[in-house]
Design a protein around this ligand. Structure first.
Ligand code: G3H
Ligand code: 13P
Ligand code: ZN
Length: 335
């Protein structure tokens, strides 16, 4: 049993309380690789922002669970080396799909876990969520649960349509599970194709898709039912069109990729939404930089040559999200 406190990590409790009160959101960036980890830490330190580094089941399969845990421990040491004596870094399990997976992460030093029972019948979701919360709270690990289903693919949980969170269920769900934060469905979705063309309009000048707005009325109702309770948005990449254009220019093929407009994420950050999940934008930033570099340097084959601009491009994106969208810059209690 490893306690996250011994690794210099923190849970989300205080972080979320301050974010809700302060009208900003904490960035939750997924990581699978060393370059993503470095870019996240550099961005958080330079902006003096708290940060959630999250690991999916897919990331554990790709990189190895133990390695990712040591990378998070390394992230704390790296932040200190970069001059931030008191970083606030959360190591979070993203979309845990069983009690056993959540327990395994808690036992190996995660400071926060998500149990995602959103595809289960309501009572079953409550039952397993509660079980995870009871175990996690013994070790002061915070727990995110989910109510409502996002369109698209939630790791291995597939859903054809989006089922908005029902505001009339949230008090019962939060009370009976004892969860520390609640992921809701108000129209966001995972991946780089968040809306079908028929759900969007098209900008006549650029030919780009313009997505429909998020259901802010549903969010407002949830906030009214659970005043001050930490709310989480998954599927919140904005799918920057300059990155999509770069990928397509250098041999990629991502037609009609579309995300959540940053203006809407800015608005959400000012509400009880205090954690915003971003993964696809990092993938796009990395891929765009690698494609461009390799196209311009066909004779290069050292991965350090093309992963360096990839890391720089991701860092630029992380800083932009922190400073210009979520507003978590300068929010470390001490640096
Ligand atoms: O919500 C899903 C995250 O983007 C993680 O994706 O399962 O491909 O690692 P992944
Ligand atoms: P995106 O695919 O929009 O980046 O969402 C990531 C996410 O929700 C991770 O849990
Ligand atoms: Zn998610």
């Amino acid at each position: 049993m490893v306690n996250y406190k011994d690794l210099g990590l923190v849970n989300t409790r205080e972080m979320f309380k301050k974010a809700v009160a302060g009208g900003y959101a904490i960035p939750a960036f997924n990581f699978n690789t060393m370059e993503q980890m470095q870019a996240i830490v550099q961005a958080a330190v330079e902006t003096k922002s708290p940060v959630i580094m999250q690991v999916s089941k897919g990331a554990r399969n790709y990189a190895n669970a133990t390695i990712l845990r040591y990378m998070a421990e390394g992230a704390v040491a790296y932040a200190k080396e970069l001059g931030c004596e008191h970083p606030e870094i959360v190591l979070h399990l993203d979309h845990g799909d069983s009690f056993e997976l959540c327990k395994d992460c808690i036992d190996m030093g995660f400071s926060s876990v998500m149990y995602d029972g959103s595809s289960l019948p309501y009572e079953e979701n409550i039952k397993i969520s509660r079980q995870v919360v009871e175990y996690a709270h013994k070790y002061d690990v915070t727990v995110e649960c989910e109510l409502g289903v996002l369109a698209g693919v939630e790791d291995e949980v597939a859903s054809e349509v989006s089922h908005y969170t029902k505001p009339e269920e949230v008090i019962d769900f939060a009370t009976r599970t004892g969860c520390d934060s609640l992921a809701i469905s108000i129209g966001t979705s995972h991946g780089a194709y968040k809306f079908k063309p028929e759900q969007c309009t098209r900008d006549p000048k650029t030919g780009k898709l313009v997505p429909p707005p998020l259901a802010f009325d549903v969010l407002a109702e949830i906030e009214q039912k659970l005043p001050g309770f930490p709310i989480v948005l998954h599927g919140s990449s904005s799918v920057p069109q300059d990155e999509v254009d770069t990928i397509n220019k250098y041999g990629g093929n991502l037609p009609d990729a579309v995300g959540i407009p940053e203006e809407q994420l800015r608005k959400a950050s000012k509400s009880a939404v205090c954690k915003i999940n971003i993964d696809s934008d990092s993938r796009l930033a990395m891929t765009a930089a690698v494609r461009k570099y390799l196209a311009e340097h066909p004779d290069h084959f050292d991965p350090r040559q093309y992963l360096k601009p990839a890391r720089e491009n991701m860092k630029k994106m992380y800083i932009h999200k922190i400073v210009d969208v979520l507003g978590s810059d300068g929010k470390l209690a001490q640096c």
